[in-house]
Design a protein around this ligand. Structure first.
Ligand code: GLU
Length: 463
């Protein structure tokens, strides 16, 4: 049987990092099994759903590189299907119209809550046989006794006594179907074979299974994923840093780093931490998914990201880095130096933001010089070093990277200085700090004329 999974977000806010993991798990399972992955937008809550939020979801999936084989389907466009299922259940006596006044039920709910009891509808309309002529909601006839149980692919056997579930509403007074009902009709209609979602939906599964039974449909398999917590084991919240997926894109995390990181939240393959996409797809199945809550560790994400940055060919990072350079005001789309600049910074960058910041030395002259480095490296003989290097640059036509260090060594010999006392003042003058990629590459990437101009300026400013 072809495995069909789906991601079914409600467009009522940002795409939370936990939802992104749900999407990834479903996508990986579909890819692993050679199945299909469906995107369904659950926008039945008209007041809270918005077009912008749908776009946030689509942008998030595009960033993560999760392509879908069908959809996006919108529940708001599928109401006819839900209504015909509701009519069918009413006709077969598996659902009923309830005329209990909303206020009375609300009062009972409040009283139950005040007494710290679970409120359950008392089923007074269940056998009343009400017709459609007066205002009503439609409720499902849930089993009255016994236990709802199923074998969860992650949690194992789970159960809930029917006595703890009431005849829940499947259509509101205005006729609109409710969320739990639409999910079942859609999952069945779309041929979903495996529903992977957060453990917060476990109770919904117990409510949904009787709908499958009532409609004569075979339910899919279910897998409920445990929560992802912050490092302090509290529910993931703003306090732990960014919680929406696109914030991570904007902080400069590569999609493959995010995929690798999110896949390991609640799933393991031996003790392997780093995966290529092909390895993830080959290894990912629910046997590796654990019951324990997972911990969102941003240090680990940084580590994975720095490795993924290194693993990319420099040319393949150009398109990713350009927007981050643009944010700092540097338009680098047509900069032929970019692959070489990236090659110099790959080993030293945790994120693309970090890389763009470090690339600054190739786009603008220093507007200040690190005082600590000045104190340490700017000595009486430094102006002479800069002057001589400037003279050499003026005649180095063309400037070749392999000639730079021999010249630095010559200069050190000539002036009777250690290599550091030549190289560091030069680096300081060129970049404003004493830490940069190797001096020869730095000079060549800055360019001969610009490097000479920076040396001249440093001679004036540093005196
Ligand atoms: N729309 C639900 C949510 O965003 C998910 C429903 C499901 O996966 O069954 O939480």
């Amino acid at each position: 049987m072809t495995v069909v999974t789906r991601f079914a977000p409600s467009p009522t806010g940002k795409l939370h990092i936990g939802n992104a993991r749900t999407a990834l798990f479903n996508w990986l399972l579909a890819r692993h099994h050679g199945g299909r992955f469906i995107l369904r937008i659950e926008d039945t809550d008209h007041e809270r759903s918005s077009r912008e939020n749908v776009q946030v979801i689509l942008d998030g999936l595009a960033y993560l590189g999760l392509d879908f084989d069908a959809g996006p389907f919108y529940q708001s466009q599928r109401t006819a299907l839900y209504h015909s299922a509701i009519d069918q259940l009413l006709a077969e006596g598996k659902a009923y119209r309830c005329r209990c006044p909303q206020e009375a039920l609300e009062a009972r709910r409040e009283a139950a809550e005040a007494a710290k009891e679970t409120y359950l509808y008392d089923r007074s309309c269940r056998d009343a046989g009400h017709g459609p002529e007066q205002p009503h909601v439609v409720r499902l006839k849930m089993p009255l006794a016994g236990v709802s149980s199923f074998d969860d692919r992650i949690m194992g056997p789970v159960e809930s006594a029917y006595g703890e579930l009431d005849d829940w509403i499947i259509a509101r007074t205005d006729g609109t179907p409710t969320y739990n009902f639409c999910v079942v009709v859609d999952d069945a209609d779309m041929g979903v074979t495996l529903v992977v979602r957060g453990a917060d939906h476990l109770i919904n599964t117990h409510k949904q299974l009787p709908v499958y039974a009532a409609l004569g449909l075979t339910p899919p398999r279910f897998a409920h994923m445990p929560l992802t917590l912050g490092k302090d084991r509290a529910k993931l919240s703003k306090r732990h840093g960014a919680t929406s997926l696109v914030e991570y894109r904007d902080m400069g995390y590569l999609p493959e780093a995010m995929r690798n990181f999110l896949a390991r939240l609640g799933w393991a393959h031996g003790d392997q931490e780093l995966f290529t996409d092909a390895e993830l797809i080959a290894a990912f199945d629910l046997d590796g998914a654990g019951k324990a809550n997972s911990i969102f560790d941003t240090e680990k994400l940084d580590w994975i990201n720095s490795i993924k940055i290194r693993e990319r060919a420099p040319e393949a990072l150009v398109g990713d880095l350009v927007p981050f350079l643009a944010r700092r005001g540097w338009s680098a789309t047509h900069d032929p130096r970019l692959p070489a600049i990236i090659a110099q910074l790959q080993e030293r960058s945790r994120t693309l933001v970090d890389m763009a910041e470090q690339a600054g030395i190739f786009y603008q002259a220093p507007d200040q010089y690190d005082p600590k480095a000045v104190k340490k490296w700017w000595q009486a003989e430094s102006p002479e070093v800069l002057r001589k290097m400037r003279e050499w640059l003026a005649q180095a036509e063309p400037l070749r990277q392999e000639d730079v260090m021999p010249q630095v060594e010559r200069l050190a010999g000539e002036l009777g200085l250690s290599l550091g006392k030549v190289a560091q003042p030069l680096r300081l003058a060129l970049t404003g700090s004493s830490a940069s990629p190797p001096l020869d590459a730095t000079i060549c990437l800055i360019g001969r004329d610009e490097a000479a101009a920076r040396l001249a300026r440093a001679l004036v400013v540093l005196g």
